[in-house]
Design a protein around this ligand. Structure first.
Ligand code: FES
Length: 63
């Protein structure tokens, strides 16, 4: 039987920048699939709507 995975994350909001999430977590897409493979990590989610790699930031907010 699988043990429940402990999830902990810190979410950092900034003005006009991506949303930074760091810690032990997963990002689950609309289809239920896990989008990140490293569960102890750091990801940046697009907050501007211009990324071509949504939900992740691709740097388009800087252009
Ligand atoms: S926040 Fe970086 S591309 Fe949207």
């Amino acid at each position: 039987m699988d043990q429940p995975r402990r999830v902990s994350a810190e979410i950092t909001l900034t003005k006009n920048e991506p949303i930074k999430i760091s810690g032990n977590f997963s990002v689950v897409g609309k289809d239920g699939n896990i989008l990140n493979t490293d569960f102890n990590n750091e990801v940046y989610l697009c907050a501007c709507g211009r990324s071509k790699m949504k939900p992740f930031c691709d740097g388009s907010h800087k252009k």
